[in-house]
Ligand binder design. Sequence first.
Ligand SMILES: NC(=O)c1ccc[n+]([C@@H]2O[C@H](COP(=O)([O-])OP(=O)(O)OC[C@H]3O[C@@H](n4cnc5c(N)ncnc54)[C@H](OP(=O)(O)O)[C@@H]3O)[C@@H](O)[C@H]2O)c1
Length: 303
Amino acid sequence: MTQHRNKRNTQVTVVGLGLMGRALAGAFVRGGLDVTVWNRTASRADDLVAGGARRAGSVREAVEAAGPDGLVVVCLTDYDAVREVLDPLGGLLDGRVLVNLTSGTSTVARETAARVAEAGGVCLDGAVMATPDGIGTADATVLLSGDFGAWTRHEKTLRLLGGRTDHIGDDHGLAALYEMGVLGLMWGILNGFLHGAALLGAAGVRAEAFAPVAKQGVATVAGWLDDYARRADAGDHGSPEATVETHLATMNHLVHESEALGVDTELPRLVRELAERAVAAGHGGDEYSVMIDVFRKRVGTPS
Ligand SMILES: NC(=O)c1ccc[n+]([C@@H]2O[C@H](COP(=O)([O-])OP(=O)(O)OC[C@H]3O[C@@H](n4cnc5c(N)ncnc54)[C@H](OP(=O)(O)O)[C@@H]3O)[C@@H](O)[C@H]2O)c1
């Protein structure tokens, strides 16, 4: 134990000290909390212990250290690992608040929360939408869903993880669902950028030259999202700025350009195929926001 420790401080236990878990624990230590850590590979706690955290010898000891009013934060590879680590604890979770920041599906998040509840604990499930080096900064987003009372009790502590930490609803699966939505968005943007960079690279243009133009493109498209969201919610895809057919014609250019330059065509072909489904279902003259109905499988689903 180091001189930083003070029994009156809020007690937090962090279970799992991978890249993300170490960042989470570090933010709590910097916040002056009384932090206990446990990791399967004990040496991964060394830097945190040097910084003032306490190393527990077992998960059981780590969870006990959080005390009845403390917080247990879990961040492991996946929910199978969460189950492996938490299930043997049984009644030890009784009365404790568990914040699970492990990524997974909404279904598994709800199942985990139900198991914690059966053991007498209270669960918040979270999605970390930041890289480890962003944890604790004003821009880091950590979304939490589940028990609102647990959130209000531990809000101040949890806000140490990022300036955009928030509770988004009582459904334990919500944070995981938001995470899935943002991950899909991320891969759409990253794959689009890298595909574009491959096209330009065929003409000798460096990706670094493309990046500022790409960023401007991303910002322009981001500006459309509020209108698309309104249209998706209202089912209103009329009075288009650009129809699906207009988009489709341009998608053809992207496929042909990729073919001509020897760049992989799978991504633009998939994008084109989705739009073709909307057109085949009679939505070619609608705003491109109608694609929401393809994803909802309301139109154009192949039989
Ligand atoms: N890294 C990011 O940028 C980022 C961003 C957002 C969300 N996340 C999410 O955060 C979670 C952790 O990611 P990470 O980057 O920290 O992964 P990581 O560096 O690979 O760490 C994985 C952690 O899980 C532990 N673990 C795995 N299986 C275990 C088991 N069966 N029993 C006990 N411990 C086990 C590992 O212990 P050992 O050290 O003993 O192997 C380690 O502490 C993931 O769900 C990830 O999707 C990560």
